[in-house]
Design a protein. Sequence first.
Length: 217
Amino acid sequence: MIQDDAQICPVCSGAPGPFLTVEDKAYHRCPTCHARFLAPAHFLTRAEEHAHYLHHENEVDDSRYRRFLSKLADPLLDRLPAAAEGLDYGCGPGPALAAMLTEAGHDVALYDPFFAPDPAPLSRVYDFVTCTEAAEHFHRPAAEFARLRGMVRPGGWLAVMTCFQTDDARFATWHYRKDPTHVVFYRAETFQHLAHDWGWHCEIPAKDVALMQRPLG
């Protein structure tokens, strides 16, 4: 486990340094992948996380929520073949993105450690894997991303949406940091670094969205 004096970045295994302390919580910054992350000593328990997620109001038919998700859905749909197979990883209690992709003609499986915990979908491979508003919750992001990329077929896509951290000066007051379940914060450069390290192609079609394609070879 990484202590407050973190020696290893949980995203890329780089060598991070202290970033800042806010409300007695220690944060670190990785100069390799540019992620910022909370020291694990400050993580919520699993039960506390679950209780917090129950307050989320993300309904499948909520038009405003669908517009929010379209920032990832639209560019991903532009890149998918017809009748593709996908997985919505971290779908939450209201899998609106899966519904949108299904309505577009694709077959979408669901997985969420709290709301769709059947592990069977994790043993398959897919044309695409989506991870929207979930990566910021990862306690072990390197292991999670290894799992995600292992489920993507050659030529397929890993599509991630999370609010990119861009301004260190505003980090302490940033609304995204204040969510107690958010423990790791990414920049566009973080995903570009990961994709380069994997030998994948990375596109940033919009702020907060990374589309990473596994090569065919």
